[in-house]
Design a protein around this ligand. Structure first.
Ligand SMILES: Cc1cc2nc3c(=O)[nH]c(=O)nc-3n(C[C@H](O)[C@H](O)[C@H](O)COP(=O)(O)OP(=O)(O)OC[C@H]3O[C@@H](n4cnc5c(N)ncnc54)[C@H](O)[C@@H]3O)c2cc1C
Length: 473
């Protein structure tokens, strides 16, 4: 790969017009804000790059990628930098291509209910744009105030309502992408049905910037739930959480979210956000459920559900939010966890998934593994349990250096991932592989699968300039 010192600055700067390509020694940015475009939330890697580009449309992206292709320059696509896998980290003098200036609505179809946007649109802004047009975009989670729709697609983001609406993959109708050779490809337009061979857009969904740059997306919209109810319950043990989920299938009211967290997580959120205890008696586990309510009879069904799970001894206490403010507070208990823990502590994150029916035996074995390997370490366990997705965060003890801590975690990871393999799980449910998990891909993918992935990458990115070193070694 070319080092940035051999690049002709004036030539590169004039490529897409003034004020769009910057070098590290330009006076336009201080060093910290410059470097922030080549990093994410992992806190594990130090960014090191010298060129930062802000194209404003697909053609400009294509020009930059073609230039990089011709000059053997690696590119890191940079979205909202909220990723947890190190995918947007530029630490090898790559060119950082930020999509931040590509945030426009390009088209809207009120007949079918779809919207076409540039990939750098912030996810929350897409929610707003959909609502202003009388629609709803359901992919939502705690970082959507910063994440980009392109970053969401590149990571196949999940979130808090996957149990009802699915992952973002389900909402992508069409994509415009720029491949590693600088070619512009348009996949599928706005069609829902198009059975004409391989649906190549799916390769880019979850590709973490390794195949090319997603520049535009056409997304399916839906209608907003008429009303919803948020139910928070305290639960005595983990098996009861699973039984509770089973019971939700019988309520006959649409379940929008089913999330859980432990008392440890609640303690961190309380300390960080200053929110009150939800119940008078603490409990090892809490479950937050959100239901869509269409009419009064559904409210009745929910009261019946609460009564029945209490009688069955599945919950210790429970409260149905009385108004939207209380519902917001309930959500804060869950959505505040990541920030509360990562702002104050160094954390080794594991975002794993496994079949729900295997979760209990997995967690039992996991507990003894963690007690053996991490004696005295604090563990924050929470997640989208209705999707089979656990966030298992190991918190660094104060007396260990970051280096010692991450070394220790990396040495224990293979044991955890072998256990996941045994229970047919995945080492990354929704955060992706990036740099953080690339050494462990083999625990979730066979050798042949990895080989095929590499062949696909070669066909889209023959010079390996698109986010090299991410996903595979
Ligand atoms: C508090 C918090 C809560 C979170 N909760 C969830 C959750 O519930 N569910 C979930 O799935 N994730 C969650 N995340 C993780 C993160 O927000 C998602 O992975 C998100 O989709 C990343 O989007 P981004 O724009 O920030 O991408 P970035 O972090 O900027 O990039 C992620 C990857 O995508 C690539 N990329 C970015 N834009 C493009 C593009 N236009 N074209 C090609 N490649 C691109 C990057 O190179 C990188 O590999 C959470 C993060 C935080 C901080």
């Amino acid at each position: 790969m070319t080092t940035t010192t051999t690049i002709n600055k004036a030539e590169l700067k004039s490529l897409i017009g003034p004020g769009k390509i910057f070098f590290k020694d330009d006076p336009d940015f201080d060093s910290a804000s410059f470097l922030s475009f080549g990093t994410d939330r992992t806190k594990v890697y130090r960014p090191d790059f010298e060129i930062l580009a802000f194209p404003t449309n697909t053609e400009e992206v294509a020009k930059i990628v073609k230039y990089a292709y011709n000059n053997d320059l690696a590119i890191v696509p940079s979205g909202g930098r909220t990723g947890y896998a190190g995918g947007a980290v530029a630490k090898e003098k790559e060119l950082v291509l930020s999509l931040s200036k590509m945030d426009k609505v390009l088209d809207f179809d009120p007949f079918f209910g779809s919207i076409k946007v540039q990939a750098g649109m912030i996810t929350k802004n897409l929610h707003k744009e959909a609502e202003e047009r009388g629609f709803y975009f359901p992919v939502d989670f705690a970082s959507t105030g910063s994440s980009h729709i392109g970053g969401n697609i590149a990571t196949n983001a999940g979130g808090v309502r996957v149990v009802h609406y699915g992952l973002i993959r389900q909402w992508v109708l069409g994509l415009t992408v720029v491949t590693g050779t600088g070619e512009i490809l348009e996949f599928n337009g706005e069609l829902l049905k198009n059975n004409t061979g391989y649906d190549l857009k799916h390769l880019f969904i979850g590709s973490e910037g390794t195949l090319g740059v997603i520049t535009e997306a056409t997304l399916k919209l839906t209608v907003k739930p008429v009303d919803n109810r948020v139910l928070l319950v305290s639960v005595p043990d983990f098996p009861s959480i699973l039984s509770l989920f089973k019971e939700t299938h019988q309520v006959k009211v649409p379940l929008l979210a089913f999330e859980f967290f432990t008392q440890y997580c609640l303690g961190k959120v309380k300390a960080h956000l200053g929110v009150p205890d939800p119940f008078s008696v603490p409990s090892p586990y809490y479950v937050l459920m959100e239901f869509e309510i269409g009419n009064e009879s559904e409210d009745e069904k929910l009261f019946g559900f609460l009564e029945s799970i209490t009688e069955k001894g599945l919950i210790s206490d429970g409260s149905l939010a009385q108004n939207s403010r209380q519902a917001e507070t309930f959500w804060k208990y869950r959505e505040g966890i990541s920030e509360s823990i990562s702002i104050e502590y160094t954390v080794h994150k594991n975002d794993i998934s496994l079949p729900l029916r295997n979760m209990e035996p997995f967690l039992k074995e996991m507990e003894s593994l963690l007690n053996g390997k991490y004696p005295g370490f604090e563990i924050a366990l929470f997640g989208h349990v209705g999707d089979g997705n656990l966030h298992l965060n190991i918190v660094k003890p104060k007396d260990l250096s970051d280096e010692e801590f991450f070394k220790k975690c990396k040495s224990v990871d293979p044991d955890m991932f072998s256990l996941l393999q045994k229970y047919n799980g995945s080492i990354s449910a929704e955060h992706g592989i990036g740099l953080l998990k690339k050494d462990f891909l083999r625990f979730s993918r066979s050798e042949l699968e990895i080989l095929l992935m590499k062949e696909i990458k070669k066909s889209m990115d023959p010079k390996n300039i698109m986010n090299p070193g991410k996903v595979f070694g």
